[in-house]
Design a protein. Sequence first.
Length: 177
Amino acid sequence: MSETKWYIVHTYSGHEAKAKQGLLERAKTFGHEADFDEILIPEENVVEVVKGEKKTSKRKFFPGYILVHMNLTDETWHIVKDTPRVTGFVGGGERPAPLPDEDVAKMTQQMKEGAEKPKPRILFEEGEAVRVITGPFANFNGYVDEVLPEKEKVRVMVQVFGRATPVVLDYVHVEKS
């Protein structure tokens, strides 16, 4: 038995989880469970405000792709290729190129960081028009004066009594106008 390596598998976009499940079931059916170590759907948690409520959802790094840690043989190649919702290996041909372990380590680190501290779904830029959606300045319009990504805050210049006033707010308290 040769060693297991990481491969990128192309799936129908939005069907990554079903492709993963189908692949695991096919591996079990054909008695090749031992050849498939791990199947990852690279994704991270993101935070957004929906109807005034903070919601955490998952965002895929690469929609339409999954990572498969497997022992590539003719049999396992066919198991993957013939799985419903899978269109094939990235790197094509009869022998797809394995993904370097360092690249997979970077991705899994990104996934772990995203699980611990969800990223904002929307990013802001200086000079961008925004509207405050919560707090004492709710419904005030302004523009982004400064973005503080490490704190997930923005300094917004809002008009109070005819004067531009700087207000520092969390990303989730403003929306793009």
